[in-house]
Design a protein around this ligand. Structure first.
Ligand code: ARG
Length: 503
């Protein structure tokens, strides 16, 4: 193999040049002369000083993260600008240098945003790309930016900034979905639906009660994200590689400039900690699980067999062979894509379980699951909201089914309890009445009084008033139940909550 200049040791001549340069007044020029005049600069890497051999091309391809961590560009530049301002404040760089760095970074940011920035696999990751581009633009001043910083604290900061924004986006998406559910209440909240347990008919519920059940689930998802955000919102910058830095940095100032609540407390922990990533993925997983079981329910409810819902056609697709098909593909994919999100949580937990302190390159693998899961959940939420709004309840089909399944049996049992019959006896009595009705293939309300009295002697015709799904709903008393008044109060509370926030 031909010997490349990169592989040669520094020559006597180059060292002499370096020594000469070291006498020059400008310190950064001296550093420049090391890298530009000696011959041990390998593979053009920021870390190349100690290397004698160039990086194998296959290794470059294997270790790069620029193909995905370019999504951190904005955060990386924001973090670097705050870092530069701090360096100027503590006197590690001059105000003029800080200005040059800031302007250079902003230009790079614009180029990246406009898709004009050249990404190269040899430069590994977004941090090295931005730094290299800065040096190309502003020369040696750019070489000062990485003072008192390592990529280890830099990437941890970028991830925290990115996830913090992602959380804010998700909070808004969840609100829009909740608003879609609440919006249904005025339209068809009064409709009575059969409620299920074990997917068997159980008790009647108001549609509004059903809509708001999902609002509650997504509200807990929001609270979990808010809670997660408080642990995301700490600044690792200045932890440097793992031990901190001997340079006089002001970590509190950087934290404040980046709007973090505080700097992280322990440098060793800071560069290795990805708990916040795992927590974020758990939050996403639970949102995906909620979306998935909602989707499953609506897939069922929109079948011919149920026929409770008419899905908007814009959210369905057809079959290439069966001309009659209108399939609920969006719902199916919301259900199906939840698997990716749950998988990504598993992925991060397994990634972390074997890592010794502090930074390990394995941590680079945290990004794809985060980006992919966020995209999946955000897109699912953004499709779920219009689906909720545009789907119609097939009132006639629902109404027709309410008569089946003895949805009022529990109400009758509670009526008997109110008349002094012990619960176990009341349960058994109603069981026998249901059996009698099944034998006759009729509703409870259709049983002759003689049958009621055979089972409970004290019953009279007024028992019929407690029967039927409307009565079952109306008779509810407990806080949080499907009683119309309780539900009305909840709708009002939800409307107030949503109005107090801009969506
Ligand atoms: N691309 C790396 C990552 O995402 C950045 C940190 C690299 N640090 C290092 N010491 N090699 O984790």
């Amino acid at each position: 193999m031909k010997d490349s200049p990169r592989k040669r040791l520094p020559t006597a001549q180059s060292i002499a040049q370096w020594c000469k340069a070291s006498l020059s007044s400008e310190k950064h020029l001296l550093v420049k002369s090391i890298s530009s005049t000696t011959r041990f600069k390998v593979a053009d890497k920021p870390w190349g000083g100690v290397f004698r051999e160039a990086t194998d091309r296959r290794v470059e391809r294997f270790t790069e993260s620029i193909s995905f961590d370019r999504r951190l560009a904005e955060q990386d530049i924001t973090g670097s600008k705050a870092h530069a301002r701090m360096l100027a404040r503590v006197g590690l760089i001059s105000e003029e240098e800080c200005l040059q760095i800031t302007q250079g970074l902003e230009e790079i940011g614009r180029e990246i945003a406009e898709g004009r920035f050249p990404f190269r696999v040899e430069l590994e990751d977004i941090h090295m790309h931005v730094e290299r581009a800065l040096i190309e633009r502003i020369g040696d001043v750019g070489r000062k930016l990485h003072t008192a910083r390592s990529r280890n604290d830099q990437v941890a900061t970028d991830m925290r900034l990115w996830i913090r924004e992602a959380i804010d986006d998700l909070l808004a998406s969840l609100r829009r979905l909740q608003a879609a559910f609440v919006g249904r209440c005025d339209r068809d909240g009064d409709c009575i639906l059969p409620g299920y347990t074990h997917l068997q008919r159980a008790q009647p519920i108001l549609a509004a009660h059903y809509w708001l059940a999902y609002c509650e689930k997504f509200e807990r998802d929001r609270q979990r994200l808010v809670d997660c955000r408080s642990r995301v919102n700490l600044c690792p910058l200045g932890s440097a590689a793992l031990a901190g830095t001997s340079l006089p940095v002001d970590r509190h100032a950087v934290a404040e400039a980046l709007d973090f609540a505080a700097p992280t407390a322990n440098s060793l922990d800071s560069v290795s900690d990805r708990d916040f990533v795992a927590e974020f993925l758990f939050c996403l997983s639970l949102i995906a699980v909620h979306l998935s079981h909602w989707a499953e329910e609506w897939i069922l409810w929109s079948t011919c067999e149920f026929n409770f819902l008419r899905l908007p056609q814009g959210f369905c697709t057809g079959s290439s062979i069966m001309p009659q098909k209108i399939n609920p593909d969006v719902l199916e994919l919301i259900r199906g894509k939840a698997a990716r999100v749950i998988g990504s949580l598993q992925q991060i937990l397994v990634l972390l379980k074997g890592l010794p302190l502090a930074y390990n390159r394995d941590l680079q693998e945290d990004k794809l699951p985060v980006f992919e899961s966020f995209d999946t959940v955000r897109d699912s939420l953004e499709l779920a909201a219009p689906l909720v709004t545009q789907t119609e309840i097939n009132r006639a089909a629902v109404q027709e089914r309410l008569d089946r399944g003895y949805l009022d049996a529990t109400t009758l049992m509670e009526y008997l309890i109110l008349r002094g019959i012990p619960q176990r006896s009341a349960h058994e009595a109603v069981g026998r009445l249901v059996l009698a009705a099944m034998d006759r293939n009729c509703r409870l309300v259709d049983l002759p009084l003689a049958i009621f009295q055979e089972v409970v002697t004290t019953l009279d015709e007024s028992v019929r008033e407690v029967l039927g799904p409307e009565s079952a709903v109306r008779r509810m008393r407990s806080f949080g139940s499907t009683a119309p008044e309780a539900v009305r109060q909840q709708i009002e509370a939800w409307k107030r909550r949503l109005e107090s926030e801009t969506l």
